[in-house]
Design a protein around this ligand. Structure first.
Ligand code: IMP
Length: 428
């Protein structure tokens, strides 16, 4: 078996939860390595329909140990609610562990995220307002509070009071809102700490042990490549790395230890929040994709912007992640389309660009250059064998493989766990 990193190839919401839910059947460990409860992984299985924000999507299998790793930021209230919901649906969470190194989202992080979005007004980034930017900023500013701090009340009080002294200056002097009470937050978080204590531990040894024994370890990313703070559409990005490289630092493994890197791509593109998206369709085709695929944010409920597949961005994503495989999702959404477009290059002034620009000022002015392929009329959601897919669907996949220089190993043709076709073997 092997270590497989699974990452979003576009702007997030590609269907990572579903793919991990499928692959986890053979896994020993599933470790989430980045992001926070800004992510929303939808999983539909015999237990019901779930929107997991923090708990790794492997939780539904009894042999899988699930880890919320050091690279993740945790809002304890959200996590406890999610654990409760899983319990209520009969899902065992005794194999869930939280890294003592994972940073905690504190009440001032969510408040500051909202205040800053409001201050930016028309220039708002469209964040999920879950405190993600402020908590990662504190992590690197060495002002953060980690899950392990909850296990020692003196340490926790010391870190909280030091951080809050500074945050209250920002809240009152910069944003002119009321200060927060250290005692109140302390009481609330000590209560969370009591409930989370059984889950908090040093987790890297669990991952390392499974990897050393050759058991299957899945490293679960969050969001997508184009929201990466280094390589995404900065500043319209999230605040932790979404790329496969982060699966090492966000867990405990070294760069040589992943055997495969699977990028999840939708058959089309979506984006939530502000920022450039060259293939966005503000017409009835975009609306049709949104309604057919229920493209509304799992975390915020916001309508997602929809558009044709952008192969310029897709190729860039393959490169910056070092993908070995692609899992293509939502192919069934194109059932009944007479033709399907793929963006193969951008027109920028008089130039034709075939690589993804680093500057959004350029990207915002890029016009997509499309190639048009035949669609198919039949429903593909009942098909379980690649060879049985309509020729036009196979042709579409084959064209994407060529444009992205990466094989498609899985294709998903509906929301259910069984609606996925293995095209090439992923496991060695
Ligand atoms: P933040 O991560 O909440 O700071 O939001 C920054 C940007 O990332 C915004 O455009 C969000 O809409 C986007 N974003 C964050 N998480 C997700 C996700 O899970 N799916 C899609 N977009 C996301």
């Amino acid at each position: 078996m092997s270590v497989i990193a699974i990452v979003g190839g576009q702007w997030g919401d590609e269907g990572k939860g579903k793919v991990i839910d499928l692959l986890a059947e053979k896994a020993r460990v599933v470790a989430r390595f980045s992001g926070g409860d800004n992510a929303g992984h939808t999983v539909i299985n015999p237990y019901g329909e779930f929107r997991l924000h923090l708990v790794p999507s492997g939780i539904f299998y009894p042999q899988v140990t699930c880890i919320i790793s050091n690279g993740v930021v945790i809002n304890p209230a959200v996590l406890l609610e999610e654990i409760d919901d899983l319990h209520n649906h009969g899902v065992d969470t005794s194999r869930l562990f939280i890294s003592a190194r994972a940073h905690l989202i504190m009440p001032y992080h969510t408040i500051l995220d909202g205040l800053e979005e409001d201050r930016r007004n028309k220039g708002a980034l469209g964040t999920t307002r879950r405190g993600i930017g402020p908590v990662f900023a504190d992590k690197v500013a060495r002002l953060g509070i980690r899950a392990g701090d909850l296990l020692d009340r003196d340490i926790f009080w010391g870190r909280l009071s030091a951080a809050l002294e500074f945050k209250n200056i920002i809240l009152t002097k910069v944003y002119q809102v009321s200060p927060l009470s250290a005692e109140e937050i302390y009481g609330q978080y000590c209560h969370y700490g009591e409930q989370l204590a059984p889950f908090i531990r040093e987790t890297s040894s669990i991952i390392r042990e499974a990897a050393t024994k050759g058991e299957l370890v899945l490293l679960e990313g969050a969001q997508g490549a184009l929201l990466d703070p280094d390589f995404g559409t900065y500043p319209y990005v999230t605040s932790s790395s979404t790329l496969a490289g982060a699966s090492c630092i966000g867990t405990c493994l070294g760069p040589r230890e992943s055997d495969r890197v699977v990028g999840i791509f939708k058959a089309y593109n979506t984006r939530v929040g502000a920022g450039p998206m060259p293939t966005e369709l503000k017409d009835e085709i975009g609306d049709l994709i949104r309604e057919k695929a229920r493209e509304y944010g799992a975390t915020t409920g916001r309508p997602r912007r929809c558009g044709w597949f952008d192969a310029v961005a897709g190729r860039f994503s393959v490169q910056i992640n070092g993908l070995s495989d692609i899992a293509l999702t939502h192919l069934d959404i194109y059932d009944g389309f007479s033709s399907i477009k793929i963006c193969t290059a951008y027109k920028f002034n008089d130039e034709v660009l075939t690589s993804f620009p680093s500057d959004i000022a350029i990207l915002e002015k890029c016009q997509p250059i499309y190639e048009e392929l035949d669609g198919w009329q039949e429903s593909i959601s009942g098909i379980r064998n690649f060879d049985k897919l309509p020729a036009a669907a196979r042709n579409y996949m084959s064209r994407l493989e060529d444009l992205l220089s990466c094989p498609i190993s899985l294709v998903s043709i509906g929301p259910d766990r069984r609606q996925i076709i293995s095209v090439k073997e992923l496991f060695s």
